[in-house]
Design a protein around this ligand. Sequence first.
Ligand code: GTP
Ligand code: ZN
Length: 351
Amino acid sequence: MAKRRLNKQQQFRIKKVQEERAARAARKEKKVQEQADAGELGPEQEGLVIAHYGQQLDVEALEGELAGNVVRCFVRANIDSLVTGDKVVWRPGKNETGVIVARGERRNLLQRPDNFGALKPVAANIDHIILVIAPEPEPHDNLIDRYLVASEITDIPAVILLNKTDLITDSNRDSINALLGRYEALGYEVVRTSAAESGDKPSPEVEALVKDQTSVFVGQSGVGKSSIIQTLMPDEAIRVGAVSESTGKGIHTTTTAKLFHLPLGGELIDSPGIREFGLWHMTAQEIEYGFREIREVIGTCKFRNCRHMGDPGCAIDRAAEEGKISPERLKSFHRILQDMAEQQARGLKLD
Ligand SMILES: Nc1nc2c(ncn2[C@@H]2O[C@H](COP(=O)(O)OP(=O)(O)OP(=O)(O)O)[C@@H](O)[C@H]2O)c(=O)[nH]1
Ligand SMILES: [Zn+2]
């Protein structure tokens, strides 16, 4: 996307808004810090990070008289980065503020690349990644496999959700069944649904999938993620994630991951960025590990420095010949390895 040039006056106004916002945050932080110093903070208690804005976080109180309330919290300096979904210990201050004093153990951590390609943590403690695909736009093995590799590396189980079953016809049925069958054979759970046919309430199969779980939806643009999420949270304007939290005018886009409680039970963590989770640079070792059936034969190639790209004595090729790796997955594996090698070569040239 081309950057829109701002004129001097617009730049000035934006800078001013940012300065005011920073000053306001600093004043609040100072106040709550003073309360902390004076021993005026409330008791330590458990909370859940439901959104993250730079130095400040929204924490939902999980116990005590504040349970269910959301409090804007500051972080004690000695805690490393917190993300949406983190369990924390916090202490309430006055005026609906609080201080986070400790972070709970994380079960897992979802990361995504920032604009410079460095991995940034975005959300924690996720039960499963729901990888949405559809007959339209046509699914690419390659993209599905990249998401699955990311799920394997981060140790967050992935479920494949085929949406738009209403678009299945005689001409695409066989290929879709074959594709889903390949993933089922690998042990991935596959669920089928149609957001279009479920109206404004969730379909029973999606309900069963997300109920009492912490879910993240990912997948290619246009497969129907928003449509499905809409059925789960009809009252929530989730598409409006890109509105500034302080001005409400959408000048400064916030893309923070947010945690939503689903009316039917369970949580959803969503942000525009999360949906692109997994599309980062991966090492050859991560890719090998991320293909379940390939992981099994790693280390058994004839040559220790085998590149698995048709090298003589490659155990992966042998496993494919024996039918233990499907031709589609092998092709996808090679393709991802190659893409990463090219990406790396380009990166090296830039340095
Ligand atoms: N036929 C059919 N169309 C659907 C279904 N679910 C969603 N759509 C349509 O598919 C298009 C894309 O849906 P979205 O929900 O915006 O898809 P998305 O995955 O959120 O896309 P991005 O916001 O670009 O990431 C819209 O025109 C929807 O109306 C379905 O089950 N059947
Ligand atoms: Zn090999």
